[in-house]
Design a protein around this ligand. Structure first.
Ligand SMILES: [Zn+2]
Length: 351
């Protein structure tokens, strides 16, 4: 399945295996047989989720993690890698080129270099591959956590972070609130009470809640609360007797899920329906010294690093590629940035 051992060839082969969420069988089998041929030990395997151990006989282990799936492509052509030379560099285009088959190609390259004894690392390395990251939770990581994934002292998710290190992410809480009215025929609206009008005050109250900005060692994070959906189920000639508003709260990295719920109950209402909640996280440990030269940032969005941190594995995100190209028609990565990321990662793993 993998024709050549260079990092660009590995990436091209990975892009050419279509792996939209829910359809990871093929890429999973290819990666599994790749690692088995290199004599890596399978530590956990559950559906299309797996952890391989390099067993390097070192005191500390770093867990490298990546998701196998991609979002759907806008056009079928994107499932086939394209190589374009421009600006004195080579660019590899295709679905997943940066999110996150570039990260996967780095993991495969490292496994090969370990097998061929071309690298001398200061850590044992485990490789975690999981499915279904691009859809709602739970995803493949939850299957591995449920199987007692071993708690290593550091995990790195190789999501595209453009040479920066994500040390935290915000949490997210989605909930629904119903505002009541009284139904009436719309030709005689004064005989009822319009639930849409009745929610204006509520929406204004939410709009007036300020964004909360907080600095973590000079890195900014902003929490916010937004109304994201408004639904009624009546027909067009009926005054609605109910409107359901969906709200999404993005809470700060050092807020627990319980604190986020308390905040909503205090600021908004005690009368709500919880739809889902995903934890925030901040990775407070001392990273290996070689991380000092990289800029740190906090994901305003949500990332699986929160699940691993909550489970008890200090986790950061650090991977090749530019996140702003993820999921786009022109998703791509330059070969020079992919190679230099690999070099940087080796430097960290030798630290
Ligand atoms: Zn991703």
């Amino acid at each position: 399945m993998f024709k050549n051992s260079t990092i660009d060839s590995l990436l091209i082969d990975l892009i050419n295996i279509k792996s939209v969420s829910g359809e990871e069988d093929k890429i999973f089998k290819a990666i599994k047989s790749f690692f088995i041929k290199l004599n890596f030990i399978i530590e956990i395997e559950e559906q299309n989720n797996i952890v391989f151990n390099a067993n390097l006989n070192k005191n500390k282990t770093i867990l490298l993690a990546g998701h196998l799936d991609t979002v759907l492509a806008q056009d079928e052509d994107q499932y086939k890698a394209k190589i374009i030379n421009e600006n004195n560099d080579t660019y590899i285009y295709g679905r997943g080129a940066c999110d996150m088959k570039a990260g996967l190609s780095v993991m495969l390259k490292l496994a090969l270099d370990i097998y061929n004894k071309e690298v001398d690392l200061n850590y044992n390395i485990k490789f975690l591959f999981y499915s279904d990251e691009e859809r709602a939770l739970p995803n493949g990581l939850n299957f591995l956590i449920d199987k007692n994934l071993k708690k290593e002292s550091l995990a790195i998710i190789l999501e595209p972070t453009d040479n920066k290190v994500a040390i935290a992410c915000l949490g997210t809480l989605t909930f629904k609130v119903n505002i009541k009215g009284e139904a009436a025929h719309s030709s005689i609206p004064w005989t009822g009470s319009n639930a849409i009008y009745n929610c204006i005050q509520f929406i204004q109250k939410i709009k007036n809640i300020n964004y909360v900005e907080k600095n973590y060692d000079g890195i900014k994070a902003v929490s916010s609360l937004s109304v994201t959906q408004a639904n009624t189920t009546n027909s067009h000639n009926v005054i609605p007797d109910n409107i359901t508003l969906t709200l999404n709260y993005r809470f700060l990295p050092d807020f627990s899920k319980e604190e986020a719920i308390k905040y909503i109950e205090y600021k908004v209402s005690k009368d709500y329906e919880l739809i889902d909640i995903s934890p925030a996280c901040i990775c407070n440990i001392n990273l290996p010294k070689s991380f000092n030269k990289y800029k740190k940032f906090i994901y305003q969005g949500w990332c699986d690093m929160a699940q691993l941190n909550e489970y008890g594995i200090p986790t950061i995100a650090f991977g090749p590629g530019n996140e702003s190209l993820a999921h786009k028609v022109n998703e791509s990565i330059s070969l020079s940035s992919l190679n230099s990321f690999y070099k940087n990662l080796l430097e960290i793993l030798k630290d």
